[in-house]
Design a binder for this molecule. Structure first.
Ligand code: R5P
Length: 262
């Protein structure tokens, strides 16, 4: 691994260096969901949260139009797209942002969705591999957003299949979902694994989820809706951070979150 790639990886996941988790803050939902609740006006709602994340995952348009140019947070740029929530099968994604443009945007990593077991599995895996060829030439780490076919459960069997495939193809970071026996998934991937938060759940449950993931070996969270759709996003991202980075118990973090709301 080149020094540049390693350096970028450690900036995206600073917890790797000291054995803690890291908080990636994901706001890329609009690339297939449109004006997602909580992200209607990212300039007003998201910018105040940036100082509490370790890195920011988003799509090109929002980066260019809403994120201040003096932002020092490492950027993880989504480079795959090609479908919307209106499609029944959402796996028809391709590489849509060049590595040249990613470099121009000064990103620290790029993110690409693979869809294992879905209609366009082959296409996404081949495009993903080609992206790795290109991005690694310039020392840019690649994060695999792992999705499984919609008829498959998000359980250990399918999530570890997708995650291991991503690792075998050369991913530098795997993003998947938390599942029962999650540590077994982490053990079959030889690169850092982070979990997505998924749909909005009660804040106490989201904090417990983050805690469980890190306790089971995740290198952190790549969390979106459970932060920006929380009753108080700025307090929630701090609560998530306290659990993931500082090892505060989810109960304690939730207590602090609740008292900050008053
Ligand atoms: C989904 O494909 C997007 O990449 C999101 O960034 C990801 O799911 C994490 O966000 P959330 O915590 O809202 O699931």
């Amino acid at each position: 691994m080149s020094w540049g790639l390693n350096n970028r990886l450690n900036r995206v996941l600073p917890g790797l260096a000291n054995g803690t988790g890291s908080v990636m803050f994901a706001i890329d939902h609009g690339y297939f969901m449109g004006p997602t609740s909580g992200l209607e006006n990212p300039k007003d709602t998201i910018v105040p949260l940036l100082s509490y994340g370790d890195s920011l995952m988003l799509a090109r348009g929002i980066l260019q139009s809403c994120i201040p140019q003096d932002c020092s947070l490492p950027i993880v740029l989504r480079v795959s797209s090609g479908n919307s929530i209106l499609n029944e099968d959402m796996s028809n994604e391709e590489l849509c942002v060049s590595t040249e443009d990613a470099i121009r945007l000064n990103v620290s990593a790029v993110a690409f969705s693979i869809y294992v077991g879905a209609e366009y599995e082959h296409q996404t895996l081949v495009e993903f591999s080609k992206l790795i060829n290109e991005a690694h030439r310039y020392g840019i780490p690649v994060l695999a957003v792992t999705a499984v076919g919609k008829q498959m459960n998000r359980d250990l069997r399918y999530l570890s299949l997708a995650s291991r495939i991503a690792a075998e193809l050369g991913a530098d970071i795997i993003k998947t979902y938390y599942c029962e026996d999650f540590s077994r998934l982490v053990n079959v991937c030889h690169v850092p694994v982070v979990i997505a938060g998924g749909k909005k759940i009660p804040e106490a449950d989201a904090l417990q989820l983050a805690y469980n993931a890190v306790s089971d070996g995740a290198s952190g969270v790549d969390m979106g809706r459970n932060i920006f759709q929380a009753e108080s996003p700025v307090d929630m991202i701090q609560a998530v951070r306290s659990v993931v980075v500082e090892g505060v118990s989810p109960k304690e973090a939730y207590k602090k979150y609740k008292s900050a709301l008053k």
